[in-house]
Design a protein around this ligand. Structure first.
Ligand SMILES: [Zn+2]
Length: 290
């Protein structure tokens, strides 16, 4: 499933192909939206903006095409005249004289006016967008201190788009691993230093994933593994989807547990949890090291 970094990369590619140009042909393959195609065709596209996992395509007439890719949706941009070979169901085509952007498989597509955009339930409840270049460290840390979230477990919180917008399943496991925290801990039971570290790590790792096409591993380690011929899927993450494999740091076996049907991957040694005896020992060791 695409997460914030993947949606932002797709928005960048869509923007380069579409923004500033007249969309000669806009065609919805979803019957309830078909009539909008004729209205939007011939308008100029003024902006393509990612909002967490949603994409907003703004037309010069003031309307915005909202799409959320859910699990299977996918944007693809080709040069005009080329037809991609795919078995996916086409939902929307936006074509100008140079490029064609196609949205496949997505089921969550809407055409919104100003009012509809302002009142949209998904957009209205988004929290701090970690990939918005204007988002500050201060705002990200402030969210981690917000009393509304104190009773929540980290497992649920890190997928809640009302907390940090743009996070998804692979980022959740990777952020928890880097901070040494366990998914079942509650935000309010962490020390203030741990909450700050959680905030800083979420911001840094999400932005790294955007820059590196989804690499959340330590970049030096990833480069070394790549140089030795290790494939992308094997060096990409620290723990995500690596259950049964040795932890890169300590050699212990990476484990998987499921919370509400979604896998969380962790190292029992590097992430002992703050309340346990092992955690206290690990903390004491860390204190000695510094
Ligand atoms: Zn480990």
């Amino acid at each position: 499933m695409p997460e914030g970094p993947e949606i932002r990369r797709a928005a960048h590619e869509l923007g380069r192909a579409l923004v500033g140009r007249v969309a000669g042909r806009v065609e919805f393959l979803v019957p309830r939206l078909a009539a909008h195609g004729a209205r939007l065709s011939g308008q100029r596209i003024v902006a393509v903006t990612p909002r967490a996992k949603a994409m907003l395509i703004r037309f010069s007439g003031g309307q915005t095409v909202y799409s959320h890719n859910q699990l299977y949706g996918r944007w693809q941009v080709t040069r005009a005249g080329r037809e991609p070979a795919t078995a996916r169901a086409l939902r929307l085509t936006i074509a100008n004289e140079r490029h064609v952007a196609r949205l496949y498989s997505a089921t969550d597509i809407e055409v919104l006016d100003e009012q509809g955009l302002a009142a949209h339930p998904y957009l209205a409840r988004l929290g701090v967008d970690l990939l918005d270049p204007l988002t500050t460290v201060h705002a990200v840390r402030a969210a981690a201190e917000d009393a509304r979230f104190r009773r929540r477990s980290l497992a649920g919180l890190l997928l809640d788009q009302g907390f940090y917008a743009g996070l998804g399943n692979y980022l959740r496991s990777e952020i928890l691993y880097v901070t040494g925290l366990r998914h079942e801990e509650r935000l309010g039971s962490l020390t203030s230093a741990d909450r700050q570290r959680l905030a800083d790590t979420a911001l840094a790792l999400t932005r790294q994933a955007y820059r590196t096409r989804g690499v959340t591993n330590d970049l030096e380690r990833a480069a070394g593994l790549k140089a030795r011929g290790v494939p992308f899927t094997a060096y990409r993450h620290r723990v995500f989807a690596r259950d049964g494999e040795p932890c890169w740091t300590c050699g212990d076996t990476v484990l998987r547990t499921d919370v509400a049907g979604r896998g969380i991957y962790y190292c029992p040694t590097c992430q002992p949890g703050t309340g346990t005896a092992t955690a206290k020992r690990a903390r004491a060791t860390r204190r000695r090291e510094y």
